[in-house]
Design a protein around this ligand. Structure first.
Ligand code: ADP
Ligand code: ADP
Ligand code: ZN
Length: 215
């Protein structure tokens, strides 16, 4: 199955992607995760991406499209994939379409997770991420049973620098201006599935699998 998981920052894309990719047995392609890995490793891509991410801006399309193109050409994507956080602009969506055509692939569905702004603010500012494995927690909604350590790998939990209140407000505005237009874009292609995302993690997963015809 070839799917895009869309939604504003904090909608629960990463959280749902973890579960869905296991359930559907497809690779998880998160541009945010790829950038954070590059930043941690100090590669040229990381140095460039950091300038934008720290202020809540989008990394330029040429850079982002390039890394996704490379990733989709890898053999494990042939049978399916889940794109999380890409595309985020109309030019990225057009580039994706071209790439998929070249690779003779076709998107099955675009899942749009819908959550209100006030809830997004609470989710983002309380988010904590594992330094070791990238697992996502929340100080109130999904605390680790091991305190400030990861339940899965024991790694240290930290707050992403772009999850500070000032940067979060910027990211939500960038979403409205540059990414929200993709809702109509995929609606027009008949691919869009809107999923209400303010219920529990388990309930949202159930609704997505049901909408995909997997339950
Ligand atoms: P995104 O990848 O869309 O930015 P995340 O999956 O990282 O979002 O989720 C943002 C924060 O909200 C995380 O701290 C996560 O634990 C929490 N969260 C995710 N889904 C839910 C949910 N259904 N209810 C409450 N909190 C959630
Ligand atoms: P979230 O879904 O919580 O906003 P992500 O991890 O998807 O977080 O993205 C973090 C940051 O990485 C974004 O604010 C942006 O700067 C950059 N980024 C991720 N994906 C893209 C993309 N498709 N295009 C441009 N920038 C991106
Ligand atoms: Zn961990």
């Amino acid at each position: 199955m070839k799917i895009i998981l869309m939604g504003p920052p904090g909608a629960g894309k990463g959280t749902q992607a973890e579960v869905l990719t296991k359930e559907l047995n497809i690779p998880h392609i998160s541009t945010g995760d790829m950038f954070r890995k590059a930043i941690k490793e100090g590669t040229p891509l990381g140095v460039e991406a950091k300038r934008y991410i720290d202020s809540g801006k989008l990394v330029p399309d040429e850079v982002t499209v390039g890394i996704v193109k490379e990733r989709l050409a890898e053999p494990d994507c042939q049978a399916g994939f889940l794109l999380d956080g890409f595309p985020r602009t109309v030019p990225q969506a057009d580039a994706l379409e071209n790439t998929l055509n070249e690779l003779r692939m076709k998107l099955d569905k675009v899942i749009n997770i819908v959550v209100k702004r006030e809830a997004l603010l609470k989710r983002l500012t309380g988010r904590r991420v594992c330094k070791g494995c990238g697992a996502t927690y929340h100080v109130v909604f999904k605390p680790s049973q091991k305190g400030d350590q990861c339940e899965q790998c024991g790694g240290e939990l930290y707050q992403r620098s772009d999850d500070s209140e000032a940067v979060v407000a910027n990211r939500l505005n960038v979403y409205e201006q540059q990414t929200a237009p993709l809702i109509e874009y995929y609606q027009a292609k008949g691919l869009l599935l809107n999923i209400e995302g303010s219920d529990s993690v388990e309930e949202v997963t159930r609704k997505i699998l049901q909408a995909l015809g997997r339950e």
